[in-house]
Ligand binder design. Sequence first.
Ligand code: F6P
Length: 526
Amino acid sequence: MALNSTPAWRALVAHTAPPLPHLRELFGADPQRFDRFSASFDGWLLDYSKQRVNSETMSLLAALWQAADVHGWISRMNSGAAINPTEARAVGHTWLRAPLPRPEVSAVLAQMRNFCVAVHSGEWRGATGERITDVVNIGIGGSDLGPRMVTQALNAYAIADIDVHYVANLDASDLGQKLQRLRPESTLFVVCSKTFTTQETMQNADSARAWLVGALGEFAVAKHFVAVSTNLEAVAKFGIDPNNAFAFWDWVGGRYSLWSAVGLSTALAIGYVHFEKLLAGAAAMDEHFFSAPVGQNLPALLGLLQVWNTSFLGAPTQAILPYSQSLELLPRHLQQLEMESNGKRVDREGNELQTPACPVIWGEPGTNGQHAFYQLIHQGGRLIPCDFIAIKQPDYDLPGHHAKLLSNCFAQSEALMRGKTLAEAQAELGAGADPVLAANKVFPGNQPSTTLLMPAITPYTVGQLVALYEHKVFVAGCLWDINSFDQWGVEYGKQLAARLLPVIEGKTENAQLDSSTAGLIKASRV
Ligand code: F6P
């Protein structure tokens, strides 16, 4: 039976009418609301009391968890079953961070450790004998976003004397801007691609190789290029020494791959010891997810609440708002993690979904977002659930910043929850207030949010954070009954681009084009 025909799903639909009272009233009626609707784990707090839920909502969501057999799917994933059937693949990213990894994983981790030590100690040098001062990770999607985000998040742990850069875009300005400031003698390129066929990565790798060879000669490639891939044959064809290739496996999805050798650039940035702590943090979150009861299980709660807001309350988007500059790139990483995983139109049986699944994920760090788009969240008239992420212990502790940062974060979720009535706005303005101005100062409130309070930004907690969202996506995918591990939606555009390239290059005229595409190609000729 399709999940949305189950009694559990139908009970949740029935529960939406009539809607729950305004959040302000729910807080007024229950002084214990925070205690009732918050959970903690290993120094983390998840406060979901500002979500539009009551105890019945949470029981009904727990029943949906049962109906969706989330525990069964966890067991199938952990046993190595091909739970990604459209690619006939198992889903094993948690095996990469297991406390006792499989032999093939241990071997690559050892290779990564040795390589990091060699680069950091200066034992590994460029072809002319210079130390490596700059690492350029060339990759896109999962071979870029996760490692880039973690490297930025852990900047406080960065190894001195080595700068790590990330290049992803096919636009030459991405690589070109970086190369402008680099010296070939001291630059190491890490070409990172699961398939080693991705157009953007191959083009950037070719251009980087030409730049290096142009300056130092062909012999230099061996000391300035390493690769991370599941396709070691293609790596060898590209001309990278097989000794400088780091393997991973088809059971690691691109957007779940930062724990594999795809994390090599991160390990070069922060040191292998810190990379190991990242893995340990993720493993701790895995253990929590696999064992904690639903009501105390952080990823389970985040997944259930996302499905509640999206499928039952009708919210088409979700904002990710980290109050941490170090987590600046988290929304971008989660865009791929969530939308490439759950932005699907059919269920596991291939039946069309009745309503869209994954919401549009977007966001920016607070407080910057407050001066940009929060206006719309407060008064734009749309339902926008928000994840606020706050940090107890700042990673850069300049006097005067952190208390102000936290006060802004907590004030925003309070304002979104509480709102401001017309009577309150009039009272603030005083007697004889301009009614137009008063109307502009009304905030409807009742905007749902969750606040995640992290203990600190460390390799361990960042590992926990990323794993937390990975499992949240898994839960939501189970509740929507979709395969979260394929990504066929990215293929069609690639196919069409391959067809257009020879037309744009003037190698062929293609009469089959629609008038817009043909017109654009014509107009783009210089
Ligand atoms: O086009 C989407 C995608 O396949 C992602 O899933 C993946 O992370 C990215 O491309 C990069 O792929 P690769 O690592 O094979 O270069």
